[in-house]
Design a protein around this ligand. Sequence first.
Ligand SMILES: [Zn+2]
Ligand SMILES: [Zn+2]
Length: 261
Amino acid sequence: MGPHHLVYGPARRAAMCYTRAMTRLHGASGWREATRRLLDTVFPPRCVGCRSRGTWLCAPCLRAVDQLPLPLCPVCRQPVEKGNPHACRGSGARPSLVAISAAGAYAGPLRAAIHALKYEGRHGVAATLAPLLAERVAPLAGDDDLLIPIPLHPARQRERGYNQSAVVAAELARLLPLELAPAALQRTRQTADQTRLSGAQRAENVRDAFVARPDGVRDRRIWLLDDVYTTGATLHAGAAALRAAGAREVRGVVVAMTLRA
Ligand SMILES: [Zn+2]
Ligand SMILES: [Zn+2]
């Protein structure tokens, strides 16, 4: 850890605290955006992987991403051939998700990128991650497809000031002909932080936590975006709500996926 950490880290955190306090006072997203842009000017990008200057994720760190090129089966995490539902669908599991497209494995630079986006408010990272996702999604996406970020509960969103999945989805929608529909899925129940829960506990934690608007999703194919796929509990619960509202098919798109649940 270099000396810049001593100044840079706490100063940035203090600036984020100030932004959050001001956002609570003013509540205006314009103020928030302006402050965020100012933060990125005062604290210019540094690679989240190796701290080199001038970029959020440098070329060597991008090359170090453990890529998962094919869409993966949400049950067994093995590759799913393009267009073919995986054999696991017939195994009795019957997941609401057809497949998961991920930029890479949840490790190294991608793990650091997600942390910077989620907990340090570094939105610039999303623009660097979006092309990695677009590369995976483009060959499979149709013109009529919807892109929906996993929503936060309104109380959680007020507390954090932004939804990291919505930030990534907005960047992805700039690169692909997907219709961004963030309001089509809502989180109706506050759920506990998942990080210390087991797979079964996570599934219980998010059960019936989402509701989808039928008028927005009926007969559409949906790309449901989350930051990380660990047990898949959140994406499965969101997908189940979308299918219940009449969605034709739901595919997951995540920045990173753990190779084991
Ligand atoms: Zn780097
Ligand atoms: Zn499978």
